[in-house]
Design a protein around this ligand. Structure first.
Ligand SMILES: Nc1nc2c(c(=O)[nH]1)N[C@H]1C(S)=C(S)[C@@H](COP(=O)(O)O)O[C@H]1N2
Ligand SMILES: [Mo]
Length: 299
């Protein structure tokens, strides 16, 4: 991944903001009073999302090319219906689940999250989806499982970017089980209240807001519950540059660039970069997951 010339930037986003749980707002609790929910951040409601246009035209989805405009141009070639997800490994109910069947009964929410790419640009995205924990509970995680591995669709005839061996396809990602079960970790099926656009990972992708964007794997076709830390694509390519954890951390620079600041995509030409926040602003919610770990070493 290389940094491209900064294009745009925009207004500041208040650091304390975590997310808005639309359901709870509708339930009358108010966006400012969600702090009592265990493991969840306080929703301030003041994260101003990027435009639909920004979010769907400036993408990383290497299956369709390495350029930021390639996914919007070429991802429409991907067939997303029918879609099924294979769930295997240490689960009570392994199998191949139809997408619609799998999401039935899940509690859908809007989550407005910061999104920070390892290339040092960021956006704010209003996702629609459900907590990954719900899906894992549905299939029944067995006691030996310690990690969750994910794979993206690999269908070369629909994915022109896979002709080039930039990645050992399929794209793979993984989380530790406690990260996967964390209430901030969601499976997103849409954004701005619309079905997930192909370029953003239709019909279903992972979103882990405190980690660099590449952990949020798109267009998932396989989920495996495993005992050992799984192989992950960017870590396989450059283990010294992309750690398994890849938590957003302004104090741990990429070997080739600083991670202390970021460029907000989509605003004014003259807006300055903003400081990158520890765990992308979700420190209060997730720091405990890493108690006792050396984050310089386990980056
Ligand atoms: N399958 C797959 N998932 C992927 C990627 C990819 O190339 N292929 N790129 C990652 C990177 S680097 C980022 S920053 C985000 C971009 O998500 P967005 O285009 O929806 O903003 O997707 C991540 N998930
Ligand atoms: Mo990224």
């Amino acid at each position: 991944m290389a940094i491209k010339t900064p294009k745009l930037s925009w207004a500041d986003v208040t650091p304390e903001s975590v997310f808005v749980n639309r359901r709870q707002i509708l339930a009358g609790m108010g966006a400012l009073s969600l702090g009592g929910i265990a493991g969840r951040g306080v929703a301030q409601g003041d994260l101003e999302p990027n435009s639909y246009e920004d979010i769907t035209s400036y993408n990383n989805f290497y299956e369709f090319g390495t350029g930021k405009e390639d996914p919007a141009r070429y991802a429409s070639a991907m067939t997303t219906d029918p879609w099924s997800i294979e769930i295997d490994g240490l689960v009570d109910a392994p199998g191949t689940y139809d997408f619609a069947e799998l999401v039935t009964g899940m509690t859908m929410e809007e989550r407005i999250y910061r999104f920070r790419c390892v290339e040092a640009w960021s956006m704010v995205i209003p996702w629609n989806g459900f907590e990954l924990a719900q899906l894992l509970d549905k299939v029944g995680v067995q006691s030996g499982a310690k990690y969750v591995a994910f794979e993206t669709l690999y269908r070369p005839e629909e994915m022109r970017g896979t002709r080039s061996p930039v990645i050992d396809w399929p794209y793979r990602e993984g989380l530790r089980l406690d990260e996967a079960m964390h209430p901030l970790t969601i499976m997103a099926t849409g954004l701005y209240g619309k079905p997930m656009p192909n370029q953003n990972g239709a019909p279903i992708r992972l979103v882990v807001p405190w980690k660099y964007g590449f952990k949020s794997i798109k267009s998932i076709v396989k989920i495996s519950l495993v005992a050992e830390e799984p192989k992950t694509s960017w870590n396989m390519i450059a283990p010294n540059e992309y750690g398994f954890y890849s938590n957003v951390n302004p104090a741990v620079d990429h070997p080739r660039w600083s991670q202390a600041t970021e460029r907000m995509v989509g605003g004014g030409l003259f807006a300055s970069r903003q400081d990158t926040l520890m765990f992308n602003g979700y420190e209060e919610d997730v720091a405990a997951l890493y108690d006792g770990m050396d984050l310089q070493k386990s980056f």
